[in-house]
Design a protein around this ligand. Structure first.
Ligand SMILES: Nc1ncnc2c1ncn2[C@@H]1O[C@H](COP(=O)(O)OP(=O)(O)OP(=O)(O)O)[C@@H](O)[C@H]1O
Ligand SMILES: [Mg+2]
Length: 500
């Protein structure tokens, strides 16, 4: 990465953006300069992504000025933003599945050769390869994007941002699906870019990362500037106060719940990803079983088999002693199993449907009369969920796609939990959720467990696994490598068996 010739100086002055019913940004001012990392924090719906979209030229503010290198930029377009060296990594990923990695990274900026302008594949690959190397990706420049996991897609987005002459890099929740080692590598890349004179605006709910990498922290609350923290003031408590204006007490409650009878049991279960490994697992009513492991350990694959999305290679799943017919989501739901998936966009949410419709989908059986959905009952259910999860949405009739990322995640949780299932599988349940809402989600999980539900929580967030689980199973390369009881839970103990 060459040293930046002309570091950016950017200033936002009194920026306001209004959506129907919501003031997403209310008179926000912010400045950032080349050579510094600014952490941008705030609750779900505080306006962080909106601010980023203003800087990237994808939405025009209703009021306010954008001043770059001393000049007022009246109508910033995405193309102009790229010219000015502004690159961003979106919170919601949108790769083009039918292209390979190189084509995705250089989409719209392909390198051509000759008079006919054919694509210069060699040159393109030569440009992309070093970026992938720097990020330490497991995939190569020629791999099809359709084969990439969520974490890989996130790294692809980052490679794309780095492929322009970047002077300001904006990262919106870049680590939400990354593991420990990938995250560390990204933080290293961020530090390196900063030392080269790039300005970095880092948006995340993982406050530990902000603590590690930010030179300055800016808080947003309900669309307004909530203040700043200087380097010496950056710590978790101060950040939480900046975001929500108070302390979050009782973040993790200890479980006083005695585990009940076995509700779910697998026998010689094998997934297609790891056809030679058997998974034997028991899940009891009233417990929250944490499922830890590194990415690629086979946890999501196991979840998909348990929920009937995928056919198992062999073996059975039993609920209360009865075998659940394999490979059928309908049968799994009938048996009382539900899955809150990791990838909300493709598996959890209908973005064009209203918020209320999304929440009611799995409950339609109980909400319908003579085949018609009782819209009033649907709205009552949705209102209850909005209160229970503090979902920030002015109107429940609006499309779910208009919600902020974290609020979309809350809808996915609400929709399944409204059915009060016996067995709840949660795959990374708090991805992209702010600290306050996290505490609410954990509280709700405990409540469901106390009511007798059995919860299986897949999580890469070590603090969460340790803080929430009554017991932890660790998986590595498709195999259960160990079980830890609550009093044995520590980061070292989990990591030790996770790498076996
Ligand atoms: N296209 C849109 N139409 C209507 N309202 C919108 C639209 N995009 C965002 N909003 C609203 O603007 C507010 C700010 O949203 P934004 O996505 O900026 O939040 P955020 O801080 O990024 O939250 P998160 O942490 O959940 O990602 C929210 O109330 C959201 O519902
Ligand atoms: Mg956002």
């Amino acid at each position: 990465m060459p040293h930046i010739e002309k570091p950016i100086s950017l200033e936002l002055v009194g920026v306001t953006k209004v959506y129907p019913g919501v003031i997403a940004l209310d008179n926000v001012s912010l400045n950032i300069r080349g050579g510094e990392v600014v952490g941008l924090i705030g609750e779900n719906g505080a306006g962080k992504s909106t601010l980023m979209k203003v800087l990237g030229g994808t939405i025009a503010p209703d009021r306010g000025r954008i001043v770059i290198d001393g000049a007022d930029i009246a109508d910033l377009t995405p193309a102009r933003a790229v010219e000015l060296g502004i690159a961003f990594v979106h919170q919601e990923l949108n790769p083009f599945g039918n292209l390979d990695v190189t084509a995705n990274v250089l989409l719209g900026r392909e390198i051509r050769k000759g008079r006919l302008g054919f694509l210069d594949g060699k040159a393109m690959e030569a440009k992309v390869s070093p970026l992938l190397e720097m990020l330490g990706t497991r995939f190569g420049p020629k791999d099809p994007v359709s084969a990439l996991s969520l974490a890989d897609q996130q790294l692809l987005e980052i490679a794309r941002a780095l492929s322009i002459n970047v002077r300001l890099l904006i990262l919106d929740e870049p680590t939400s699906s990354l593991t420990l080692s990938e995250t560390q590598r990204l933080l290293d890349v961020i530090r390196r870019l900063r030392d080269d004179g790039v300005a970095i605006l880092f948006i995340t709910h993982r406050l530990g990362e902000v603590e590690e990498v930010a030179d300055r922290v800016v808080g947003l609350r309900d669309g307004r500037s909530a203040g700043e923290l200087a380097p010496a003031e950056i710590n978790k408590d101060a950040m939480v106060r900046l975001m929500i204006g108070r302390d979050v007490s009782q973040f993790y409650e200890t479980s006083g719940q005695a585990a009940g009878e076995i509700v779910l049991e697998t026998r010689q279960l094998r997934t297609r990803t790891y056809p030679h490994e058997e998974v034997s697992l028991t899940l009891r009513g009233g417990e929250i079983l944490g499922l830890a492991g590194l990415v690629g350990a086979g946890r999501s694959e196991l979840a998909r088999v348990l929920f009937g999305i995928d056919m198992p290679e062999a073996g059975t799943v039993e609920v209360l002693g009865e075998t659940v017919p394999p490979g059928s989501v309908t049968e799994a739901i009938k048996a009382g199993i539900c899955l809150v998936p990791e990838d909300r966009k493709s598996e959890g949410l209908f973005l064009d449907f209203s918020i209320a419709e999304n929440i009611s989908v799995p409950s339609l059986g109980s909400l319908s009369r003579h085949g018609f959905v009782d819209r009033d009952a649907e709205l009552v259910l949705a209102k209850e969920a909005r209160r229970e999860f503090s979902i920030k949405a002015p109107k429940l009739e609006r499309p779910a796609g208009e919600l902020s990322g974290g609020n979309q995640q809350k809808i996915v949780l609400a929709k399944w939990l409204a059915t009060r299932p016996k067995i709840i599988i949660l795959d990374e349940p708090t991805r992209g959720i702010d600290v306050g809402a996290k505490a609410e989600v954990y509280h709700l999980m405990r409540l469901l467990a106390a009511q007798g539900a059995a919860l299986l929580m897949i999580s890469s967030d070590m603090e969460e696994v340790i803080g929430v689980s009554s017991r932890v199973m660790v998986m590595s390369r498709g195999r259960m490598t160990g079980v830890l009881q609550r009093h044995e839970l520590s980061e070292e103990n989990i990591l030790r068996i996770a790498v076996e």
